[in-house]
Structures are given as structure tokens and as C-alpha cells.
Design a protein around this ligand. Sequence first.
Ligand code: FAD
Length: 629
Amino acid sequence: SLNTERHEYDVVVIGAGGAGLRAAIEARQQGKKTAIVCKSLFGKAHTVMAEGGAAAAMGNVNPDDNWMVHFRDTMRGGKFLNNWRMAELHAKEAPDRVWELEAWGALFDRTKDGKISQRNFGGHEYPRLAHVGDRTGLEMIRTLQQRVVALQQEDYETHGDYEAYIKVFAECTITRLLKDGDKISGAFGYWRESGNFVLFDAPAVVLATGGIGKSYVVTSNSWEYTGDGHALALLAGAKLINMEFIQFHPTGMVWPPSVRGILVTESVRGDGGVLRNSEGKRFMFDYIPEVFKDKYATTEEEGDRWYTDQANNRRPPELLPRDEVARAINAEVKAGRGSPQGGVFLDVSTRLPAEEIKKRLPSMHHQFKELADVDITAEPMQVGPTCHYIMGGVEVDADSGAAAVPGLFAAGEVSGGMHGSNRLGGNSLSDLLVFGRRAGAGAAAYVDGLAARPKVAQELVDEAREEALAPLGRTGENPYEVHHELQRTMNDLVGIIRKAGEVSEALGVVEKLRERVQLIGAAGSRIYNPGWHLAIDLRNMVLVSECVARAALLREESRGGHTRDDFPGMNPDWRRKLLACSTEDGSAVQVEEKVQPSMRGDLITLFDRDELNKYLTDEEMTEFDGISK
Ligand code: FAD
């Protein structure tokens, strides 16, 4: 129909993963009329796929853990490029957010004395991940949904309408944010099933759309992660930071080809799994970088002892941060020491009894049995790096999640800053809860402070509708071919190891793809038409890929999820610099350099001078010596 369906809300949350649900719950609890819009079925988000757990320094398994240790680990994992205020809030608030989930009905695995159990993960000094077997995300989503339902039941009691204050719009894709002057006034999208359009008139929008993995061929991400939120923010005038930093998870399945990229949880290594090359060697001992030398075991014996005695031994190098392990695997395969299917071997069968493996890693056991006919209780898996997570995203205010555009907020994977150049495993689920809540509160406070409600201009709605309809009227290029070329280009030329020449080549391809996207034709009608949906998503994927490639070309150093073959090693001058991407009208991406503010005195003095010396400039060290005196 030509009449666009219209809804009025105070806050529209785009995305129903952990960040979106937590934000929506908060906005509703602050009395705001809230919509939750999601592209797929309600409950089907990345968050539900999360396996390992949520990092929170509760100190249940090792009482020495506390927010300061977690803060330090997070900053180290991100190689000190993190927005330190976010890392601070995250480390301080994560335990409360996990306990809150239990109050809402979650049931985490327990220690012997009945506390929430915590497991080891890469880069975390102590066992820290609250978990439910290897299905933590499922419990998190289930609990948050249950909380939404509980609030709806309250609203029914009070208003006679379950959906009076919080309503879910599932299988509905947002394609444009609308503005009145410089302020957000709403969001425009379509119902995936009918192809009919829908307009949300709202002064505040919280983006919680997750990642961008579908710009790469080999990825752990599912079809939804086409960087929509990143692109929506850019097109609305916000900035994206840290886009060059992409996490290639070290362990994705490599075989059979149809499942290449599917995640093999880090819990396998956390629970004792070891990595070996084709010569049977535990190669990670050869890849401990200088900055981490004193924190990791140097012999297999010490690494093995650590599983039972953590006080007197150092952790095995299989548990280095993800970027280190991914590069090591990549190097082993390149050197011809890979497994038959082009990965390396990951073996937990020699560490734990079969029953224990099935108990601790039920999904992994099932996944390998079903998909690869491999019994992980008896034989090694073959694994290799897979595009998993983007550290980059919308530049936000740490405390409120506010983007530079008034009325726009972002939380979760779509936001940038918290994880710096590399995210530690488990720090995403906690990030979603901490900053989802803060963004929901930020949006509510913003709405309260508005003098007048911004208006939706009909011409912007018409433009958004025309833009969405355009591919249907054309007999142009096939969206699947364009997508495939983008994925190959990003995978091969802007992957784990980057070189100026290759990244420039990729940029050339991406620029051409941007023009080709304008010519894509989708056959068929508006009724459930995946080719049309992909044509729409491609605008976003191409825009986001351009940000990744441009930033990757400019950053002439290697750090975390950005490795430059031609600039190996970290450069302290680059540590302070953020690359911020923006666009005028979507036709090209501009990148500007920004300098990060210095870390607050009480936070920087949580680190030893020797450690800081590995990361900071001489100038910063002089500043530090002034503070620590
Ligand atoms: P998501 O959960 O990704 O949700 C995004 C939502 O946005 C979805 O509802 C989607 O439908 C919606 N959406 C997207 N675009 C649009 C649009 N245009 N219009 C409307 N809706 C839209 N992290 C950990 O901390 N611990 C783990 O153990 C862990 N394991 C993982 C395992 C796997 C297999 C994967 C893929 C990731 C894992 N991660 C883990 C990372 C973590 O799960 C994600 O980073 C996190 O769940 C992202 O949450 P989110 O709320 O930001 O977005």
C-alpha cells in the first residue's frame, strides 16, 4: 500500500539482542513508550548464539578478582586504545548487571558452594565468565525477554493493554533514520514479509543492531549482520570510530565448506583445549609477544599445571588474547604446518574425560558431531580464524550512549570505543548489559529534556520509500554477485594481515561496488523477497566496508585487530589516535584523526610503570610520573 503505517513512540530501539532488550527495558522502566524493532524473529540475535559467558569480576571463583583487575585486563586486551571511561564503567557495573539477570530469572551454572560459577577465558587474569554451559547467550536472551513480558503484564494491569508501553516489531528492517533539523525524529523501515513500509515517529532512537560480519566470506556471524546500524548512524551524521579493528576469532570450523566460519567457542581452550600443528607441536609457545612475556607459561608443564594451580603457575599461551592466537594460527597454516583442511588442530579430548566434555561443552560436541562427523571427546577438531566481531562502531558518550546526533544513542556491538583495538572474550555480553541499560536511560533522559517533539517531514519519508523501492524497478545487476565480490574482496585484501597495496586495491573495488549497488535490480515483488532485502542491505555493507578499508589504510601500525604486514609492531603515537569516519550523503567516506583524552590519574596509577612504558609515549610517561609521585 502507498499509505505508510505509522507509530508514535518516545524511544525506538533498533535491535533485539542483549543491548537492545536491556535498553528497551530501561527506557520502559523510566516510563517511556518504547518500541523494539528487529530484523529477524524476536529472540534470534547474535546474543542468543553466545556460548562462553559474560565477564564480570564477581570474585566467586578467585576472591582476588575485582573491577580494577578486570579494567586492567580489558585495557591490555584492547592494547590501551580503549575508551577508558567505558572500560571503567563496564568493569564496575558488570557484576550488578549479572546479578540483576538472576533476579529476573536467569540461572547460571554454580560453584560447589552455590555461587554463580565463573570460567577462564583468554586475557582474563582470573576465572570471570558467568555462564550456562556453552549456551550463555540463550539464557540471557530468554531472561531479558521474560523481563519484557513481565513489564507488559504490569502494563496490562495498569492500562488494560499489554503493549501500552513496550511493543515488539519483529521481522521489520529499518532502512533510514529521519531527522528534523539536527535532531532525530524517527525511523523508517519495511516489514520483511509483506514488503509494506512502516514509520516510527520518535524523538529518540537507540541503535543496537550488532555487527558487520557479512561483509566477509568466512564469518561466525549470521545473515542479519550487515552493518545496518553502523550505516544508519553514518547516514544520519554520526561518526564511526575504530573501524579498522576487526576481531578474527582464532577458532572457527574450517570443514566441511558449507559450515566454514561457524564458531568454536573459546571455552574449549578455557577448559583445557590445546592447539597443535601438523607436526604435533603446541606452537602457541612460539608466539608469546613481548608485552605478555611475564604473564604466560613458557613450558607445556607449567601451562598444564595452571589448570589445577593458578596461584603458582602462569596460564598457557592458548589463552592469549584472540588477535595473538588468530595471527599465530594464520602463520602456522601459511608456513605449511596446517591441518589437512587448512586449519590447525584443537584438542580437548586428551585433557578431559568424555563425560566432562559433554557436560561443559554440549553445543560444541553436538555441532561437530552433526556438521563434521567429528567426536570431540575422542579426536581433535580442525579450526582456523573467522571474522567474528567489530570493535569499531558509533562514537558515543561513555556514560549515556549518546551519539553526536541529538536523539541518537547506540549500545552493544554497533557502538565503538569500549574494546579498543581488540575485545576480550566474554566482554561483549557484559558490555550489552552495562551499556544497553545506560543507553536506555540516556534516551529516556533526553526525551524528558526536550522542549518540543521533533517532527517527521513527509518528504523524508517519501525519499526513504523511493530509496527502498529502487532495486525493484530495475533490471540491473544481481545482488548476490555484488555481495559475493564484496565478501571476497574484504576477506582477501582487508583480512587478518593487511598491506597498503592490497587495502588500496580493496578500496578501488569497494568504490566501484558502491556505484554498482546503485544499479542493482531485484526480480520479483515486495512480498517476502530476499533478493530485494539483500539489495537494500548492500548499501550498508559497502559503506561500512569502505570505513574499514579507509581506516585500515591510514593506521600505519599493528595493534589488536589490525595487523599491517608493512608496519609490524605498535606505535605509541598511534595509540592515542582514533580514526573517525563520517559521510556527507553516503557517496564517500571521510576519515579524520582524533586524539583520545589522557586516562584519569586514579585509573592510570592502577598500572605499573614498566607496563605503561610498553604502550605510552615519552610525553605521556612524563605526565604519569608527575601523577604517581
Ligand atoms: P545482536 O545480538 O547481534 O542483535 C542485533 C539485533 O539487531 C538483532 O535483533 C537484529 O535482528 C537487529 N537488527 C540488525 N539490523 C537491523 C535493522 N536494519 N532493522 C531492525 N533490526 C535490525 N560475546 C561474549 O561476550 N561471550 C560469548 O560467549 C560470545 N559468544 C559468541 C558466539 C557467537 C557464535 C557469536 C557470533 C558471537 C559471540 N559473542 C560472544 C559476541 C556477542 O554475542 C555479540 O557481540 C553480541 O551478542 C552482540 O549483541 P548486540 O545486542 O549488540 O546485537
